[in-house]
Design a protein around this ligand. Structure first.
Ligand SMILES: Cc1cc2nc3c(=O)[nH]c(=O)nc-3n(C[C@H](O)[C@H](O)[C@H](O)COP(=O)(O)O)c2cc1C
Length: 256
């Protein structure tokens, strides 16, 4: 076994490494282009207007507050869940995006603890949103920032075909309006637990994926966990930082 649970108080723990630091971000003219495409979403329409903290970023999309109750019970969502690979062309909306990212890695507690358990609260997972068709959000690859409940644009453009190609040609992935990509910085967890930490990271991916499955079902959406892909091709297509390894894709859409 590993070295056991981390019994330090949350405020004694080192903050998760933020890979956004030092990343090149959009130039002003690209922001103007995205504002034109994305409308109010790029300026946080529909959510609290807080000034951005300095992450080395200038542009972000604040997501609507996630809801903590809904009309579908956990039991019903688990019972109804199936892997869905056939999607209608309908776009999904920002409140649905907000909900799906919040269950994957959102913060649920004043001490920064998240919707998904994490060995020693080391939080090795990084969550990305590949946008094809979302109301008020331009196509592109976005990084989810749990502490802001916001999206930060990594690269604009519709990359769904590239994702499908990297996933061994699973062409149905390109039909999904969004895909959630979960990547990991293994050193955050192996740094505390040694090699055993690698297993912990994969366990955490499973927790995140199941939350997305159950939340998608409760929203009338569908998803499939995709583990078959070329790591390097996927990482390059999404523009992941070199220390991050992609662990899974979750295309989400309205079931056909
Ligand atoms: C780790 C893992 C990797 C998977 N990879 C893929 C995949 O690459 N492509 C795919 O279509 N389904 C993939 N699946 C989904 C399974 O095929 C699916 O869960 C299984 O057929 C059972 O169906 P159900 O999810 O509807 O219960 C994966 C599931 C898991 C847990």
């Amino acid at each position: 076994m590993g070295r056991g649970v981390d019994d330090r108080a949350p405020d004694e723990k080192e903050p998760p490494n933020d890979p956004a630091h030092g990343r090149p971000w959009l130039r002003g003219e690209m922001l103007a282009f995205l504002l034109a495409l994305g409308g109010g979403a790029m300026t946080g329409q529909g959510c609290a207007q807080e000034p951005a903290r300095n992450h080395g970023l200038q542009e972000e999309v604040r997501l609507p507050e996630p809801r903590t109750s809904g009309p579908v019970s956990v039991e019903e969502a688990i019972h109804g869940r199936r892997s869905v690979r056939n999607f209608r062309t309908d776009p999904i909306d920002l409140p649905q995006v907000s909900q799906l990212l919040w269950v994957a890695q959102g913060i649920t507690d004043g001490n920064g603890l998240r919707a998904v358990p994490s060995a020693g609260a080391t939080y090795p997972l990084e969550t990305y949103l590949i946008v094809g068709e979302v109301q008020t959000l331009a196509p592109g690859v976005y990084r989810y920032a749990p502490e802001r409940h916001a999206l930060h644009l990594l690269q604009p453009g519709d990359l769904r075909e590239e994702m499908a190609t990297a996933a061994l040609g699973q062409s149905w992935i390109a039909d999904a309006p969004i895909t959630i990509l979960v990547a990991a910085v293994f050193s955050r967890t192996t740094g505390r637990y040694g090699d055993r930490g690698r297993q912990y990271v994969h366990m955490e991916m499973g927790h995140a994926a199941q939350n997305v499955y159950v939340q998608a079902e409760a929203l009338g959406l569908g998803t499939t966990m995709v583990g078959a892909f070329h790591d390097q091709a996927l990482a390059e297509a999404a523009g992941l930082p070199s220390e991050e390894l992609p662990l899974g894709l979750l295309p989400v859409g309205v079931p056909r």
